[in-house]
Design a protein around this ligand. Structure first.
Ligand code: 5GP
Length: 191
């Protein structure tokens, strides 16, 4: 997506060989116009799959999930949580996720009331690297007998294997931008 590619080239910063910082516009300070355009583009791609709910994981996937869900006709967004809460009063489905950025295993959890059985789920996240977060969300969907009708991603790092494997499995994965490599601090985006 042209506008996202331009924002990555303008604001994105390479951090080492495999991390891209996009705090200026995507997941700390948020460019709201761009975020709504991204949501609309995801909706254009996935509308024909008729999702009934968008699932993401806190926190940085939430903004894109909301704009996509809004563009899909105001369907609900549910986000999986990364920490347990003392005020929890429902049954939680849980899945293990190894965090690429924090290098530790997290448990993501979702109250079963907010991911109803048989939902048609569009999974959305800001980044795709090794695919752990997406697979954790797919696991939650499997546990609750939901159908994953697609995976929409803001930025895929094409030099990590997550996207390749999901596509090989026949999953409709649509990434709005794909970064092919980071070399000498420069970010190279797939045309
Ligand atoms: P995966 O689970 O696919 O290995 O990694 C995706 C998750 O890790 C996303 O939820 C995202 O928040 C985070 N992540 C992975 N790589 C990057 C990156 O290069 N930059 C940022 N900002 N987040 C990343």
């Amino acid at each position: 997506m042209k506008e996202l590619n331009e924002a990555i080239l303008k604001w994105g910063r390479a951090n080492g060989k495999d991390v891209v910082k996009v705090d200026m516009f995507l997941n700390h300070r948020i460019d709201t116009a761009l975020m709504f355009e991204m949501g609309e583009e995801l909706a254009r791609h996935f509308a024909s799959a008729h999702p009934t709910l968008v699932l993401t994981v806190e926190a940085s996937g939430i903004a894109l999930a909301i704009t996509a869900a809004h563009a899909l006709g105001n369907i609900p967004v549910t986000f999986a949580k990364k920490s347990a809460t003392v005020v929890q009063d429902g049954t939680m489905a849980q899945a293990k996720v190894f965090s690429f950025t924090h290098k530790q295993e997290n448990i993501i959890r979702v109250d079963e009331r907010y991911l109803p059985v048989k939902s048609r789920v569009l999974i959305v996240d800001d980044f795709l690297a090794d695919g752990q977060a997406v697979r954790g969300m797919m696991d939650l969907c499997r546990q609750l007998d939901c159908t994953v009708c697609g995976v929409g991603i803001g930025v895929e790092k094409g030099f990590q294997m997550g996207g390749k494997k999901l596509r090989e499995e026949g999953i409709d994965l649509y990434s709005l931008a794909i970064i092919d490599s980071i070399a000498d601090g420069n970010i190279h985006i797939r045309e």
